[in-house]
Design a protein around this ligand. Structure first.
Ligand code: NZQ
Ligand code: ZN
Length: 393
């Protein structure tokens, strides 16, 4: 039986060279009084992008205040600072210039400004937001897909907890995507971004349902393309076509398209990674690559047909003599891909070595965050998750 679905992708995408020069006009269309210009830890300042955006806002007659300093795995403390600033200044629109961390920080500030009470409650599942300030995006890294997604991931740095809150309220009104802006990325961030993009479709692809062929075909094409162009960027980081293919794939892999009819997907690898991010502050995509192989080996018995399809259609491996052999070939091919773009395939390669107590702590925290069962291919309990972390060492 095909699963019913709702597809909602309200974000206006403005894609291509020099599109950031249209930002002022795009903000003006939103008919807001005052804007918060939100950005990261320096790359947008160094590249001159922030100057260009400010000029574009001024030319369009937009009044704005600024707040920089967002870090990867964005901190709750800056979100609180942003909420105070927005309330004081009467901000009614947030422009995020950066990647997933800046966009998510903007979304959280949007929730916290537009609703009463502690914004962290939403991330802990204690309350639901009624509204969110509208968000616009100028994207500088192809990775998280937050420019079109309903997701928002914040780290409570005091408690070492990284948690997500997902509602359509926060889907950005517009996203400006100039692939050239991503050419200044360090190679590690480019590769980590590609790993994340792939995983957003893989999480949806691995599930227990009858899948629509059209969704599967879109997913398989996206995954093959991201792998192809991520490899090209290793040696040719200024390749516009490769940057553009990856950037557009990044949005399509996480705006809901590849989840149409899949019943939601698995998401266990993401949940496992969020614990790593909260405890060790690792780059999200790299953390995903480090745990995926162990997850896949632990759960593939729960959806063998999907793993075989992935091996043959996405990784292009010749079928083995048994289903299990084909599945293992597919997992290895994926790990070979990670190595080819210098992504880790284990926690050691990720640069961390969690002690047994830390593994137990992450597994317990992940069980709490996922309500007792993580994923759908094989719903994972605390002990399963601890075992996957151990396998990933
Ligand atoms: O802060 P700056 O100085 O800009 O540096 C950033 C940061 O260090 C740098 N960077 C970004 N654009 C650049 C650049 N450096 C040079 N040139 C450029 N053009 O790259 C580093 C990483 O940036 P970040 O925004 O953290 O990357 P990403 O887009 O991968 O976002 C990661 C965050 O998004 C969350 C992750 O968990 C993580 O917290 N996610 C959000 C999702 C969502 N909202 O839907 C879904 C994802 O699954 C993910 O969980
Ligand atoms: Zn992700």
């Amino acid at each position: 039986m095909y699963q019913n679905f709702m597809y909602y992708a309200p974000t206006k995408v403005v894609f291509g060279r020099e599109t950031e020069l249209q930002t002022g006009e795009l903000v003006k269309e939103q008919q807001c009084r005052k804007v918060l210009l939100h950005y990261g830890s320096g790359s947008a300042v160094r590249s001159g992008l922030l100057d260009r955006i400010q000029k574009s806002l001024e030319e369009a007659g937009i009044s704005y205040v600024t707040l920089g300093g967002v870090v990867p795995n964005p901190h709750l403390s800056l979100v609180y600072e942003g909420i105070t600033l927005c309330k004081r200044e009467g901000v009614d629109f947030i422009l995020a210039v950066g990647g997933g961390s800046v966009i998510d920080s903007a979304k959280a500030i949007g929730y916290g400004t537009a609703n009463e009470g502690d914004v962290w409650d939403y991330f802990m599942g204690k309350r639901e937001a009624k509204t969110c300030l509208p968000i616009g995006v100028v994207l500088t890294i192809a990775a998280a897909g937050s420019e079109m997604s309903d997701g928002c991931v914040i780290t409570n740095e005091k408690e070492g907890l990284k948690r997500s809150y997902d509602t359509d309220l926060s889907r950005p009104k517009f996203a400006v995507m100039n692939p050239e802006l991503t050419m200044t990325l360090p190679a590690y961030q480019t590769a980590s971004g590609a790993a994340d993009i792939l995983m957003h479709t893989m999480e949806r692809y691995f599930n227990q349902n009858d899948n629509m062929e059209v969704t599967d075909s879109i997913s398989e094409t996206l995954m093959k393309h991201v792998m192809k162009y991520a490899r090209i960027l290793v040696d040719d980081p200024k390749n516009y076509e490769a940057r553009a293919e990856i950037m557009w794939a990044g949005s399509l892999c996480h705006n809901g398209l590849t989840g149409c009819g899949t019943g939601g997907g698995d998401w266990a690898s993401h949940n496992l990674e969020h614990e790593l991010g909260g405890m060790f502050d690792v780059a999200h995509g790299a953390g995903l690559a480090a745990v995926w192989g162990s997850w896949a080996r632990y759960v593939n018995h729960g959806a063998k047909d999907r793993f075989v399809k992935f091996a043959v259609n996405v990784q292009g491996v010749a079928p083995g003599e048994t289903e299990d052999e084909t599945i293992e070939k597919g997992i290895r091919a994926m790990e070979d891909f990670y190595r080819s773009i210098h992504m880790p395939t284990s926690l050691t390669e990720l640069g961390i070595s969690p002690a047994e107590e830390q593994i137990e702590q992450m597994a317990a925290s992940c069980e709490q965050a996922t309500g007792g069962a993580n994923g759908c291919v094989v719903p994972l309990k605390k002990e399963d998750m601890a075992q996957i972390y151990r396998m990933a060492r």
